[in-house]
Design a protein around this ligand. Structure first.
Ligand code: 8GT
Length: 128
């Protein structure tokens, strides 16, 4: 099975981080994730994560640290999820694709029903 390369951003707004919920019509319906998406041909990881966040949320971010990538096999596809910590810079947050968004304190992140690939990312983040 081909591995899809996906970046995502753990966007900090002061002490909280932004989680977004996939819509009913997306793959992994209603699961929570970090904004991001597939790397396009010739695109750097950082350009990808900035582009996807702007496309999905209408905000600009500053990308900080790359966390540990997670390879996960779902029943019908396999991804390598490459997470970055980031800070909100500017823009009015608008949900272009997702069903919902919440700002969560780090210690409450595991209360959400995450896409399976995100669970190790959340655990790493909580241990930072
Ligand atoms: N953006 C993002 N995607 C994630 C995360 N965790 C995770 O498993 N994924 C999966 O990685 C893929 C990212 O692709 P995407 O967001 O660009 O595309 P999509 O599924 O909405 O579009 P598609 O239906 O065209 O494939 C999705 O299948 C999504 O389910 C995450 O934290 N952020």
């Amino acid at each position: 099975m081909k591995t899809i390369l996906v970046t995502c951003a753990i966007i900090h707004f002061d002490e909280k981080v932004l989680a977004v919920q996939r819509s009913k019509s997306m793959k992994l319906p209603l699961k929570w994730e970090f904004a991001g998406g597939k790397i396009e041909k010739g695109e750097s990881e950082i350009d990808c994560v900035k582009r996807e966040v702007f496309e999905e949320l209408n905000i600009h971010i500053k990308v900080n640290n790359r966390l540990t990538p997670v390879t996960h096999t779902y029943p019908d596809f396999k991804i390598k999820l490459i997470p970055f910590t980031a800070d909100y810079i500017s823009g009015d947050l608008k949900l272009k694709e997702h069903a919902d968004a919440v700002l969560v304190e780090k210690q409450h992140l595991l209360d959400l029903d995450w896409a399976a690939a995100d669970v190790p990312v959340v655990e790493e983040l909580m241990a930072l």
